[in-house]
Design a protein around this ligand. Structure first.
Ligand code: DHB
Ligand code: FE
Length: 284
């Protein structure tokens, strides 16, 4: 049986990827950001999973107004880093896990969640920046990754409740896979930020830290937060945070198991226009 051993939560910001790729991570502006991930890189090396199920959002890169899947699972053998306008990031190609991805698609769709099956897709900063933060700059990523794209860009977006329930279904799917795989689930994006309009630059430390507290201790209650609260309190792009509820819904305690251990917690403002939040939760 496959099992979920841990969940990882982290912001993504394109400028973080650029800072790493251009050798600027030691500069005074970036140093405090990357310092928050020093623990995480050691932790990753010591807790190397067999597969990462990586919940992220595409930023009109693979998808566009032409086609907007709410939830899309990457079932391909591999996923190439996308060209987002400055050329593709110089990071390794992401190897998929088609067998586990197909099993999760079968199980989750039969649990009544509509997933779009994606057999060809480039992956943008939403996926590659979290990998860089957690793994540094390796020649190859440490394990296969199943990209799971959530629409938080074009309205209507899914509710926190639906994301949380989907996380429960993903846990059931993974635990019914007939191979002894160690799987991590990552929820990415957020925290507070707004890139557009009169409130551009909005950051809300109180909201973000309350979100982290409640994600740890009361995810069920957090799942009831209406989408308008994210937008009002955390900015138009703060809605990316609903993706964290997918990862949290897949943890053991939600299904009656032991409460997870907080291995690491980090918060820093700002990186570009974004409040960076990061959490590692371990299933006992
Ligand atoms: C920034 C943050 C994002 O989440 C994103 O997708 C693009 C840019 C930023 O803070 O610059
Ligand atoms: Fe984003």
């Amino acid at each position: 049986m496959a099992k979920i051993t841990a969940s990882v939560y982290t912001s993504h910001v394109p400028a973080i990827g650029a800072a790493l790729d251009l050798g600027k991570s030691g500069e005074p502006y970036w140093q405090p950001v990357f310092k928050g991930y020093e623990f995480s890189k050691h932790w990753m090396a010591e807790n190397k999973p067999d597969v990462i199920f990586l919940v992220y959002n595409d930023h009109a890169t693979a998808f566009s107004l032409d086609m907007i899947p709410t939830f899309a699972i990457g079932c391909a053998d591999s996923f190439t880093p996308a060209d987002e306008g400055w050329g593709p990031r110089p990071v390794p190609v992401v190897q998929g896990h088609p067998e586990l991805a197909a099993h999760i698609a079968q199980s989750v769709i039969q649990q009544d969640f509509d997933l779009t099956i994606v057999n060809k897709m480039d992956v943008d900063h939403g996926l590659t920046v979290p990998l860089s933060l957690m793994c540094g700059q390796p020649q190859a990523w440490p394990c296969p990754v199943i990209p799971f794209a959530v629409n938080v860009v074009q309205y209507p977006v899914p509710s926190g409740r639906r994301c949380f329930e989907l996380g429960k279904a993903i846990r059931k799917a993974i635990e019914s896979f007939d191979k002894p795989l160690n799987v991590q689930i990552w929820g990415t994006g957020g925290m507070s930020h707004q890139l557009q309009g009169p409130r551009a630059g909005l950051i809300n430390k109180e909201f973000d830290n309350a979100f982290l507290d409640q994600l740890i201790d009361d995810p069920e209650g957090l799942a009831s937060k209406p989408h308008i609260d994210y937008v009002r309190e955390a900015g138009s792009e703060g809605i990316e945070l609903v993706m964290w509820l997918i990862a949290r819904g897949a943890m053991a305690d939600v299904a009656g198991g032991p409460v997870p251990t907080v291995a690491h917690r980090f918060y820093h403002v700002p990186a570009s226009n974004t409040a960076v939040g990061h959490l590692i939760l371990e299933n006992k």
